[in-house]
Design a protein around this ligand. Sequence first.
Ligand code: SF4
Length: 717
Amino acid sequence: SQQDVEQWVKGVCRYCGTGCGVLSGVSKGKIVAVKGDPDCAVNKGKLCVKGILLPKIMDTEDRLLHPLIRKNGRLVRATWDEALDLVAAKFKEAISQYGPDSVAYYGSGQNYAEEAYLANKLFKGCIGTNNIDGNPRTCMASAVAGYTTTFGKDEPMGTYADIEQADVFFIIGANMAEAHPILYSRLVDRKNGNPDVKVIVVDPRRTRTADIADVLLQFVPGTDLALLNSMAYVIIEENLVDRDFVANHTNFMQGEKKISFDEFKSFIADYAPEKAAGICGLPAEQIRAVARLFAAKGRNTMSMWTMGLNQRIRGTWANNLVHNLHLLTGKICKPGNTPFSLTGQPSACGSIREVGALSHLLPAHRVVANAKHREEVARVWGVDPAKMSPKPGYHTIEMFRAAADGRLKALWVVCTNPGQSLPNLELYRQGMEKTFLVVSETYHPTRTSELADVVLPSALWMEKEGIYGNGERRTQHIAKAVEPPGEAKPDVWHLMEVAKRLGFEKFFAYKDTEEIWEEYRKLTVGTKMDLPPYSRLRKEHGLTWPVPDPDGPETYIRYAAPYDPFVKEGINFYGKPDGRAVIFARPQSNAQEMPDSEYPFFFSTGRILEHWHTATMTMNVPEIKRAMPEMYVELNADDAAQIGVKDNDYVHITSRRGQCRLKAKIDGRGQPRPGMAWAPFHDTEISRMINFVTIDAFDDISKQPEYKICAVKIERA
Ligand code: SF4
């Protein structure tokens, strides 16, 4: 309890991409309480139910306390030396027999930045393979591709502070009330204090977020490209375009070809609301009303989205089309005016997008395909640039396909649970069984560690020092508050010990995480993604980059004076050579798998408030487990009546790939539109794991899989 606390230690919540500041109360070497950090600008002292119960994830029955090695089919206790020697021997053997591309690393948006940085250096710089990817590929890759194609640089221009300045909120494909509850509470406060504030929610499922909506567009799944184009049509037709902004700051493109405004106008002519209404299953007048609200002169508009747009085979295009609306109306790069992609994980931005821990990236938004970028990185890493491969490595789906078909000989998974979270799961679980699988984990068994050949025990959040970067470009420091239990060690230690055994010791001679960070920080200097020094992060409550002056201010809005230190006056989208952002002509395009007579329902998945991802942590919290012990499937009441299913009846959900069995919920927290079913993806029980059903088709630009839409049949179990 709070009375017993001897010391409060500053950190950041372990869960979602909001990045709430926390203070952990330590007593007798344990974290016994957590409270919101009142000095953190993100949450100003508030926490959601997951954050407040964080201490309960530390000291659990399934904490892994020592290394494990598979012997005669069983995972048995081993010493650190035995486990690390075996990992190094197997990786060495694969590299010498089959080349560096026969090994891979799969990381996480929950890793600290230093961990991801070291993994990148070991694999891309020393081993010479770009086979590094991570779970943000399944979560944020389409947002990355959306920002880079439209603006030339990744990550949002705005910050959460825009919430308090916006008059109109356009929320599409995001259930903020459950997935980003503290940001949602800021939005609710903004609306309650300002009755003129309008909230538009666009979602095929009526969620808790819709409780504060002035307009709810419950459209047909997968028709958002038509809807967003139709809004652009109305904006052009009704003369709501900011012509000066468009003339000075944008180009129009169709694919790789530059087009004129008039050509864009003829492209968009296909999307008159009267026509789009039929595609989207919405009244035309509602589309017009929403476009007018979005574009209203003198009002500030902020868009927010997450997996509903990103986890799609046309996720990049959907991101581009939201940017289009802001660029056409000039509602961007001004307080309260911004497109803003919400991040799923606590450090998907800080540890993956910024560190460059995806198969095509290098630190500070560099790319492996660029020779100059490789040289810049090699110089700081002290490695031979000729050793670094210009060829992007395996992205997530390709990596696990390579495991399944035998191309991948050894795979190291750190801080994530692909044995439960990948789509079309059966195939990839088989792949993980086939390859030599190393898993660095806090808990055992998980659905991934049960498939491993070696399991290395990891220190958990606040048992180690490190850096997170949240969804608004905020870099945040987490102090070490307590010792890890048993023989558990920080993931940076796992990486350094394996690097040593592979013969790369001299590249990994760090005395602490500050040294790792300062080396990484060198790679950010002068990139306009300049990160602040560790010493400052230790003291302060997070800083939004770029911070080019180590003692100077953070950056509220990118690309715009007077906020962005790299822009002298006006607006400059400096990610593009001519400083202009792109308005893309992108047509409506269906999901990979559409309902048919055999599989008549759209099926979609998502989060609920209480649980986090594959629930390895939250199912360990008794209060949460009691409240939400088992996942379920939400059905529309009309559909349920038609298939003869009542509330709490069990149903089988079957796709072309697999099946799961869940309790039906009718009129639950969310209500999908007719013809659609929805389920949370948190259940750990094999028969209730919905990723046996989901599809692994992916966006050809971002390589992000289409978790959000597949076709299923639903029958009484
Ligand atoms: Fe943690 Fe997200 Fe809840 Fe904040 S909103 S306390 S970051 S889970």
